[in-house]
Design a binder for this molecule. Structure first.
Ligand code: HSE
Length: 388
């Protein structure tokens, strides 16, 4: 196979390394399309071009690997390559989560394969497992820690008493964070991954805008102390589950009791927990971010193209499942600044209330739909954490 690569950042260089360290894979990078030709790069200059057409219109290149971080430009590249009948591998979760319906239609029309294991939890082979092994409708839930950067930050805060800023800098310096790290810390990135998994787990297309997400950006010392006092740590957890034909999803930080299976998932590791009718709980743990773990998932997709592997999307349209958040009740801790800032009538039950000069919080049950539309949730000074 001759590969045309778009982007040579952290993941692109990771792919370069793993490809050159792997014997027995019959794939060579022919060209690499980049934005800034003047940057110093550890690869001979003849590989580089700034013209997409040098890859897209090269008949010798049969696989396009898209690893840039601009979602709009990435969609143009991926759709352009699929339309030309080229196989495509991508790790662009933001672009894929937003454009899945069009990308699915393009694959149906052109017959060209489009693989993106690197977009969800890097080294954990979750998409292919959902496609191949969990190829039936017995799956009831998929949840886990889908973001390495926030997990690094939370680990460093809880275990090393590092400040949020220092921990984020560490994640950025190690190539875990997105170039816009608000995507990580505010919970967009794990939500994008969740939207992709929703299709492969339950056969539903769900636009990211429909799914509640809240990150760890509002975390303060009071919340950290609260977690400690309850014998917990914090994890950012994305979750989707099915009840009869209905599927719901959300992404929230969560208190995790010491000894829980997620406590030991530290640093840039991710975890995916699957629940299904007969096999019950299964947990996958692995590095969820970084150059080589992501490069390795991309390489595995390239390798799968050798045997004409394609996603079949068998669950789509098969079992009449639809996305609906109605009726999902969550128990949450809500810390706030002022009396009356949180509309208590939004809660169906309040089990704990606390107020001091330092902080105020309540713990209660609230419908997911109510939480999603609550104006108070958007106010600075308000933080929400799932309390399970
Ligand atoms: N920024 C992402 C993360 C990279 O931290 O998980 C891997 O998708």
């Amino acid at each position: 196979m001759k590969l045309g690569l778009f982007g040579f950042g952290c993941v692109g260089q990771g792919l370069w390394k793993v490809l050159h360290e792997t014997k027995g894979i019959r794939a060579d990078i022919k060209r690499i399309c980049i934005k800034h030709p003047d940057k110093q790069r550890p690869v001979p200059t003849h590989f580089f071009t700034t013209h997409a057409a040098d890859i897209l219109d090269d008949p010798e290149i049969d696989v396009v690997v898209e690893l840039i971080d601009d979602a709009e430009a990435a969609f143009e590249i991926v759709s352009g390559a699929l339309s030309r009948g080229k196989a495509v591998v991508s790790a662009n979760k933001k672009m894929i989560a937003h454009r899945l319906p069009e990308l699915y239609a393009l694959q149906q029309k052109t017959g060209a394969p489009f693989l993106y294991e690197g977009a969800c939890c890097a080294s954990i082979p979750i998409i292919r497992n959902l496609e191949e092994y969990y190829d039936n409708d017995l799956l009831t839930s998929v949840e886990g820690i889908f973001n390495g950067t926030t997990n690094v930050i939370l680990t460093k805060i809880f275990e090393e008493n590092l400040s949020f800023g220092e921990a984020l800098k560490f994640a950025q310096a190690n190539g875990f964070a997105e170039s816009d790290p608000t995507l990580d810390v505010e919970g967009f990135d794990p939500k994008f991954k969740l939207c992709i998994l929703l299709l492969h787990a339950f056969g539903v297309f769900v636009q990211p805008e429909k799914v509640l997400h809240f990150g760890i950006h509002r975390l303060n010392d009071f919340d950290i102390e609260f977690a400690r006092s309850r014998g917990s740590v914090l994890k950012l957890v994305a979750r989707c589950f099915r009840e009869n034909d209905k599927v719901a999803a959300y992404c929230l930080p969560r208190f995790v009791q010491k000894g829980h299976r997620y406590e030991g998932v530290r640093h840039e590791y991710n975890a995916v927990t699957l629940e299904s009718g007969f096999s019950e709980r299964q947990v996958f743990v692995g590095k969820g971010a970084g150059d080589k773990p992501t490069g390795c998932a991309v390489l595995s997709d390239i390798s799968a193209l050798h045997y004409q592997y394609k996603y079949e999307y068998r669950k789509f349209g098969q079992n009449g499942t639809f996305f609906d958040t109605k009726g999902t009740l969550l128990t949450v801790y809500v810390r706030h600044e002022h009396e009356g800032q949180v509309t208590e009538s939004d809660f169906s039950e309040i089990t704990e209330r606390y107020a001091s000069n330092k902080a105020k919080y309540l713990v209660g049950k609230i419908q997911l739909e109510k939480l999603q539309t609550a104006a108070w949730l958007r106010e600075p000074g308000v933080n929400v954490i799932e309390y399970v």
